[in-house]
Design a protein around this ligand. Structure first.
Ligand code: ATP
Ligand code: MG
Length: 586
């Protein structure tokens, strides 16, 4: 370490929000270079290369072949699939000196499709799976948490090419299995959840989420069966329709100063005219109507009204996922002014229809359900408004928040809710890209057929951060051996000129001869206290101290400390190499 390009920091960096980010900077692994962009220092790059190599080995073992594309790409392929526009503000677009449009690729479906089209033309060439490990660029709205959400990051992206749907399923399964092996090897805990496929298009899709509170994804997990899904992908089971017969007519009541669900429910329960005799009104009896403005990738906007039971909020991430590639924005005062039929705080289905706005409701709003909702007049609500009788049902949307205790769509048991980091995503693209870019092959009868594709991503740099986050403790990083920057960290803890330096340097040389990777703290003028602290901060799994024990002439010994458990043992000098070889072999 006397020559290692490293400065550990005592203070947390001001901009670091989560432990892994703080520690990676403090321990001298990464430095921020730009918003959402990081430089790698020697220790960080060692870990990065370990992670990358594990990813590569698992892909190779599965029989996928590595290729490599440029990150700087022409616009045309992305225009052909619509993604030049659909990616919206997340895409880094540039113009070359001749005025031609380019982009920094956020992902490479188009290029892989074109490459295969370029070289292959027969069913005999398939199935095929190709991958690359490459830097990706996305102008994320909120780069955060260090490497977890960068604007420049490394992704392993694979693509499969098959003739048939069964072939695609087999390729998908092969990737799924490879990912399981890969994340197991990285020592990352994960949950496989059903997912939406987002801007990629396509159908079947699953995400690998590392369950952690710092994650940006929320998922549900059934307490009884093995159902797990990203909340974006949760399908709310619709209750059966109820016959209208005998339901009383809807009635409008004066409900002054009740622009919120809470004030409405309180008013309705407190007043003679609106009170129920059988039970109290609850928020779940009300229908809350929220209007948003959808901005399409072409820049145009369209209003959308969403009706959800009043005991639930509209979950903006779920809404976003379901209206993509459009982006929902709050309905501004100017929008309200342009639609006088909508009365803020008292919006009802009639006003929405009169305003000519598309109205989608939560799947729980089925025919025959009766609601308290806005009457489109300030201070007025309508009671007993029946879906399918008093207002038309023109479609549903999954935008209501999902909560712990909701029913599992699979088995009806209660679900739990947790947060996670998306470390991998696998999906069946189907023929969307092959159709857009005309990737066809001849089948065995000489007929020309469109290829079906899958796309599979692992966030390599994000995984590194997730590993750091999952394993760090209060005193520092704590790497799993598979990805650690070294196997052993040797600390010299004696007076300068004492026997410790020679013993430590001798040990380091011996260990390196035996194939271990050693980090030795041979800095001069650094106190043992600082050396211990730095060793704990850096997080190599095994720390060896050449200290007082070395000076014991009768029985010289090193102290070996396990970074994770903190357990220490004294090991005689003549046994130390074998001992460490054994420890490092696991
Ligand atoms: P997110 O929902 O987190 O934005 P995504 O669904 O857009 O991710 P994909 O297009 O599925 O991401 O990309 C594949 C993988 O690349 C993700 O599973 C994730 O591990 C990684 N990844 C995506 N965006 C980033 C980013 N900004 N920084 C680091 N890794 C990322
Ligand atoms: Mg994803």
């Amino acid at each position: 370490m006397s020559t290692l390009f490293l400065r550990t920091l005592r203070e947390d960096p001001a901009d670091a929000e989560i432990p892994s980010h703080r520690l990676l900077v403090r321990a001298g692994y990464i430095r921020r270079a730009a918003p959402g962009g990081f430089s790698w220092l020697p220790l960080g790059w060692l870990v990065y290369r370990q992670v990358e190599q594990i990813v590569r080995e698992e892909m190779d073992a599965a029989g996928f072949q590595e290729v490599h594309f440029p990150a700087l790409l022409p616009k045309e392929p992305y225009e052909a699939t619509g993604r030049w526009e659909e990616y919206g503000d997340n895409l880094f677009r540039l113009v070359d000196r001749k005025g031609a449009d380019f982009l920094l690729a956020p992902t490479h479906e188009e290029m892989f499709t074109l490459l295969v089209k370029d070289l292959y033309g027969s069913y005999k060439d398939l199935p095929l799976s190709l991958y690359q490990i490459q830097t990706k660029y996305r102008d994320e709205a909120r780069p955060r948490a260090g490497l977890l959400r960068g604007r420049e990051f490394v992704m392993k992206d694979s693509y499969s090419f098959d003739l048939t749907d069964e072939g695609l399923q087999a390729s998908y399964d092969a990737h799924r299995a490879a990912y399981i092996g890969l994340f197991d090897r990285l020592g990352l805990p994960y949950v496989i959840v059903s997912a939406m496929s987002g801007a990629m298009g396509g159908s079947a899709s699953e995400e690998f989420l590392a369950p952690m509170d710092v994650g940006e994804d929320t998922f549900i997990r059934c307490s009884a069966c093995d159902y797990a899904a990203n909340v974006e992908a949760v399908a709310t089971p619709a209750p059966p329709a109820i016959p209208f017969d005998g339901l009383p007519d809807a009635v409008v009541h004066d409900t002054p100063d009740t622009p919120t669900i809470e004030t409405l429910v309180d008013f309705a329960n407190a007043n003679e005219a609106t009170r129920r005799t059988d039970r109290d009104w609850t928020a779940a009896d009300t229908l809350k109507n929220v209007v948003v403005s959808l901005r399409r990738p072409d820049g145009g906007t369209e209003a959308l009204a969403i009706g959800v039971p009043g005991d639930r909020e509209v979950d903006m991430k779920r809404l976003e996922a379901h209206v993509a590639p459009a982006v929902p924005e709050p309905f501004a005062d100017a929008d309200f002014a342009a639609h006088p039929e909508l009365v803020k705080g008292y919006i009802g289905p009639a006003g929405i229809e009169a305003a000519g706005i598309r109205y989608l409701v939560d799947p729980r709003v089925v025919e025959g359900t009766s609601w308290v909702t806005g009457a489109d007049v300030a201070g007025n609500h309508v009671f007993g408004l029946v879906a399918g009788r008093d207002f038309a049902l023109n479609g549903t949307i999954e935008a209501a928040e999902v909560r712990a205790g909701d029913r599992c769509p699979n088995c009806d048991a209660e679900v739990e809710i947790a947060r996670g980091i998306e470390i991998g995503h696998i999906f069946q693209l189907g023929r969307k890209y092959a159709e857009a870019l005309d990737l066809k092959v001849q089948d065995e009868h000489g007929k020309v057929v469109t290829v079906t594709m899958g796309s599979y991503g692992v966030g390599v740099t994000r995984c590194l951060a997730a590993i750091a986050e999952a394993t760090a403790d209060e005193i520092g990083l704590c790497w799993p051996r598979e990805v650690a920057p070294a196997d052993v960290h040797v600390v010299i803890a004696g007076k300068e000129g004492g026997p410790q330096r020679d013993a430590a340097e001798g040990l380091a040389a011996d260990l390196e001869d035996r194939g271990l990777r050693v980090l030795i703290d041979d800095r001069v003028g650094v106190s043992p206290g600082v050396r211990f602290k730095d060793a704990e901060l850096i997080g190599v799994p095994t720390i060896v101290v050449a200290g007082r024990g070395i000076a014991d002439e009768a029985a010289p010994a090193f102290e070996v400390k396990d970074r994770r458990s903190g357990d220490r043992v004294d090991v005689p000098v003549d046994e130390i190499v074998d001992h460490l070889l054994e420890v490092c072999a696991g």
